[in-house]
Design a binder for this molecule. Structure first.
Ligand code: PHB
Length: 395
């Protein structure tokens, strides 16, 4: 089957689905092709915090009603070291906030919006192959339900994640990838228990980082730093709660336990492609870059890429600007600032791996305490954190 469309989007995660909505709002037609099932995308537990900048983008396309109804607006976060917990008040510091609203919920809202407008979204597609992106007529081929499809498009957008096919079709001579692996991983749990805190707690403890986040008023999300090669089988529920009590504890505060409904270990990595465009192919979100989770920037970066690309594609069809040619440079300029922030948060809050020589680890830990005492004691440092955490502007 042959189709013709303006924009062929590979990937129906939040980035691909949101781009479809932004294009629809500008009257531009598109097709979305995804190799996973709809249920898989809805079941994946991912990020939980939306920057003010991301909320603004979702609002601009009328996709923020549920978010405003069910999302939890947080005025700030807590930073904790050696049992001392300090509130960083973003609203006071920079007049901005963040909203706790799970990526799954964002995806559910986007899927409902696509259902409502009858978008062409092909789930469980196989052999998804972009080609001809150096020519004026790129082609996206795939199989779906036993039928072969060929989509002829003006542009192809890779919203297909870090392991997606789109980045891999860029010739090695035209792209390189800058990477940093961290010496740690996060063990994350979801628990059916009301959060024991009103806002997120990021804690440095001699045993490692711990964090208390949430998904709603009845579901808590908690994390523990573990070694990158650790196995989830080593972590009984009891051991996890013990670790969380130990690392998150402060005098007079109680961490409430509840049934753990999900647990997994995620490695931490920073990675940025040297370009987000090649001919008529554009990369957005994890297809172009990933961050460690510490600053909650993964989903937010995807949303900012898509906002920039959607606007630039719109202007291309209106003939009002040539910003599309500049998309990669602009998105990477914002992305490197975000990478810096995520790395800064990660380095400030994680202890070195157990393989680090003891004297070096002791020095590093004490300098991290110095850093946390400085950040929590300085209005300027708190403002810097707040400006970045709530999201840089999307230009
Ligand atoms: C989460 O709720 O999953 C979460 C929140 C903040 C982070 C990372 C993860 O920095």
């Amino acid at each position: 089957m042959r189709h013709r469309t303006s924009v062929a989007i590979v990937g129906a995660g939040p980035a691909g689905l949101l781009l479809g909505q932004l294009l629809h709002a500008r009257g531009i037609d598109f097709v979305i092709v995804e190799n996973r099932s709809r249920e898989y995308a809805l079941a994946r537990i991912r990020a939980g915090v939306l920057e003010q900048s991301s909320v603004d983008v979702l609002e601009s396309v009328g996709l923020a009603d549920n978010l405003h109804e069910r999302g939890l607006v947080h005025d700030g976060i807590y930073l904790q070291h050696e049992g001392v917990r300090t509130h960083i008040d973003f609203r006071d510091l920079v007049g901005r906030t963040v909203t706790v609203y799970g990526q799954q919920q964002v995806v559910r809202d986007l899927m409902a919006a696509h259902d409502a407008i009858g978008s062409s979204v092909y789930y469980e597609a196989s052999d998804v192959t972009p080609s001809g992106v150096e020519t004026p007529r790129p082609l996206l081929t795939f199989s779906h339900g036993g039928e072969s499809h060929e989509v002829e498009a003006d542009f192809i957008v890779g919203a297909d994640g870090f392991h997606g096919v789109c980045r891999t079709i860029i010739p090695a001579t035209e792209i390189s990838v800058f990477e940093r692996n961290y010496e740690c991983a996060w063990l994350g749990i979801l628990a059916d228990v009301a959060p024991s805190t009103d806002e997120l707690i990021y804690a440095l403890h001699p045993d490692g980082f711990a964090m208390h986040s949430m998904r709603s008023t009845t579901v808590s999300r908690l994390y523990l730093q573990v070694e990158p090669d650790d196995d989830i089988a080593n972590w009984s529920d009891e051991r996890i709660w013990d670790g969380l009590h130990e690392r998150l504890g402060t005098p007079g505060w109680t961490l409430n336990e509840g049934p753990i409904t999900e647990k997994s270990i995620t490695p931490m990595r920073s990675s940025v492609a040297s370009t987000l465009s090649y001919g008529r192919l554009f990369l957005v979100g994890d297809a172009g870059h990933i961050v460690p989770p510490t600053g909650a920037k993964g989903l937010n970066s995807a949303i900012s890429d898509v906002a920039m690309l959607g606007a630039a594609i719109g202007e291309h069809y209106d003939g009002t600007s040539t910003r599309l040619a500049d998309y990669s440079r602009r998105a990477l300029s914002r992305q490197w600032k975000t990478q810096y922030f995520s790395q800064w948060m990660t380095d400030m809050l994680h202890t070195p791996s157990i393989q680090t020589p003891k004297d070096l680890a002791a020095f590093r830990y004490r300098s991290q305490l110095g850093q946390l005492e400085f950040v929590t004691g300085s209005q300027h440092a708190q403002q810097t954190l707040a400006e970045q955490y709530t999201g840089l502007s999307i230009e």
